[in-house]
Design a protein. Sequence first.
Length: 300
Amino acid sequence: MVWRLRRALYGLRSAPSLWFNHVKATLLKDGWTQSKFEYCCFYKDGVTALVYVDDILLIGNDEKISSVEKSFTERYDCKTIAPEKTKHNSLKYEFLGLELDYSKENKTVSIHQPKLIEKVLKDFPATKSARSPIAAHLNAANDSPVTALNYRSFVGSLMYLSTGSRPDLAFAVQFLSKSLDCPTEQSFAVGKRLVEYLSATRNKTLVLRDSEKKLTAYSDSDWAACKKTRKSISGGCIFAGKSLIYWRSKQQDTVSLSSCEAEYISACEIAKELSYLQNLYGELLQNMYGNSKLVKTKKN
């Protein structure tokens, strides 16, 4: 016997997609515009809404945000998480495990994930501290496989840290991610050092500053660093003014025959992301300030 569901049930695979389609139809009906470059982003009258399943982040003028919140609470059974005032007279917001401290005086936003860091250090305690996330030279002899039941959850937690607020962990996390199916003594040594570094730098934050609306991208690559596959590692970052807004460290999909080819592949990947961010950035500025020409791309 096959049952047909008339409504989506929470927990089913199709539930998030159906819920998003419902929210999307509601927002479009109320006059919101969906971004052409980021489908989870909507904007209307200077207010931007970022939708992540059943969490929605509103950015804009307080008065306009209050009007949007009122329309949401009238339609759905939801609650508004108000910001907390800190001892430094800044406002602290929480969204998807990220803590955002907004300082109106300094015109900065500090992003960090203290709860996740404490959880990682509690589950995997560090006995000492390290000054860098990964050693400059790894011992290739420690490449024998070992058994680990919680290795995937360990790397997953570090991955969310490296993509959310800690770009300094990106290279070490991509190294650990390559051995998810078969952890080795070497990957355990790298993971142990990374936890020691995280313990010593648990209070580090990513600071975004109010500066000129100019995007600057940098890319780099090594050549055939992986001794097993001979694939190269690409690295890149993008700044909006003086604020770091994007970073990546990833093993390339193909084997490069020269260091020049590896550099071109790395530059191509960061150029794709720069094009996406430039379009999205311009679209958001057009909604907030009525002028998308504020975005400039610096040639480098």
